[in-house]
Design a protein around this ligand. Structure first.
Ligand SMILES: Nc1ncnc2c1ncn2[C@@H]1O[C@H](COP(=O)(O)OP(=O)(O)OP(=O)(O)O)[C@@H](O)[C@H]1O
Length: 258
C-alpha cells in the first residue's frame, strides 16, 4: 500500500493501485492497477467501459472508493499532495469549453493565470502554448470563429499553458475531420516526447499512430496494460504500417474483451 507522498519512482509519473469506483451500487471500476511514465498512453474501451471515470480520477475530479493514485509521487489520498499534483497536471475534458467571445490568446492567457502562472509570465506562457499547438496566427481571432480541429488545439493550448508534466486528454480526436485529426495526432505525439500524456479513445487508429503504451478497459476491468509492442497481435504483425497495427489492436481488443 502507498504510504508516503513520494511513492513512485521518477520515471513512473502515474501510479494506480487497486482502484475501485462506484456510482451508488453500480461498480464502475474494478481493482484497476497500472503505472505509466513519459510518452503517450492510450486507453481503449467500448462505450461505458469507464475511460472517462479513470481520467476523472487521474485529474483529481473524482475520488476512488478505494485504492491509491499517485501523480509524480504525490499521493492523491492526501489533500496537501492533491494541490502539488494539480500544478503539474493539465486536463482536456471530452467536451471542450472555451470562452467563445474572447480571443484565442485571451483564452490561453486566462487558462495560464487560472493554473497559477505568475502574472509576469502569463504572456510568455501563452505564446509558448499557442506556438506548441500551431495557433499563433489565430491569436487575435475570437474562439467562436475556429473550426472543430482548431478548437481542440485551443483546448490543448489551455491545457498546457502552465507547462504541466502530465497531460490528460479525454477523446481529443473526436468530431474533427481526417486532416485535422492527423494534425492533432502529430501534436499529441510531439507532446509525449517530453511529457506523460494519457488519452482515451474509441479509435484503434489513434492508438496505432500515437501511443507507445496501451490500456484496454472492458466493463470496468483492465484487461491489458503494457507496451503496444508487447501485444501478441502487434508483435505477430510482419509489416508495421499503421493500418496493420490498428487491425492487430482490434484483434487484441476483441480477444481480451471476450
Ligand atoms: N454521474 C453518473 N452517475 C451514474 N452513472 C454514471 C455517471 N457517469 C457515468 N456513469 C456510468 O458509468 C459508466 C462508465 O462511464 P464512463 O463515462 O467512465 O465510460 P466511458 O468509457 O468514458 O464511455 P464513453 O466512451 O461512452 O464516453 C457508464 O455505465 C456510465 O453510464
Amino acid at each position: 500500500m502507498m504510504q508516503s507522498s513520494t511513492i513512485c519512482p521518477e520515471d513512473l509519473s502515474i501510479v494506480c493501485e487497486h482502484v475501485n469506483f462506484s456510482y451508488g451500487k453500480q461498480e464502475i471500476l474494478k481493482d484497476i492497477s497500472f503505472s505509466v511514465g513519459k510518452g503517450v498512453t492510450g486507453i481503449l474501451g467500448t462505450n461505458g467501459a469507464g475511460k472517462t471515470t479513470v481520467l476523472s480520477i487521474l485529474s483529481t475530479l473524482k475520488k476512488p472508493k478505494s485504492g491509491h493514485v499517485a501523480l509524480l509521487g504525490h499521493d492523491l489520498s492526501r489533500y496537501s499532495s492533491v494541490e502539488g499534483a494539480r500544478k503539474n497536471l493539465g486536463f482536456l475534458p471530452q467536451h471542450v469549453e472555451v470562452m467563445n467571445f474572447s480571443s484565442v490568446q485571451d483564452n490561453v492567457a486566462y487558462a495560464a493565470w487560472a493554473h497559477g502562472v505568475d502574472e509576469k509570465h502569463v504572456e510568455e506562457a501563452t505564446m509558448r502554448a499557442l506556438s506548441a499547438v500551431n495557433l499563433e496566427d489565430k491569436a487575435s481571432v475570437k474562439a467562436r470563429k475556429l473550426s472543430g480541429g482548431q478548437r481542440q488545439r485551443l483546448g490543448i493550448a489551455c491545457t498546457i499553458a502552465h507547462n504541466p508534466q502530465i497531460i490528460i486528454l479525454d477523446e481529443p480526436t473526436v468530431g474533427v475531420d481526417p486532416l485535422q485529426r492527423n494534425d492533432l495526432r502529430n501534436l499529441i505525439l510531439h507532446l509525449g516526447q517530453s511529457r506523460t500524456v494519457i488519452l482515451s479513445t474509441h479509435l484503434v487508429d489513434d492508438i496505432a499512430r500515437i501511443a507507445q503504451t496501451l490500456l484496454i478497459l472492458n466493463s470496468g476491468n483492465l484487461s491489458y496494460c503494457g507496451p503496444l509492442a508487447d501485444l501478441d497481435e502487434v508483435r505477430a504483425c510482419t509489416s508495421q504500417s499503421p493500418t496493420d497495427v490498428a487491425e492487430s489492436i482490434e484483434h487484441a481488443f476483441a480477444r481480451l474483451g471476450s
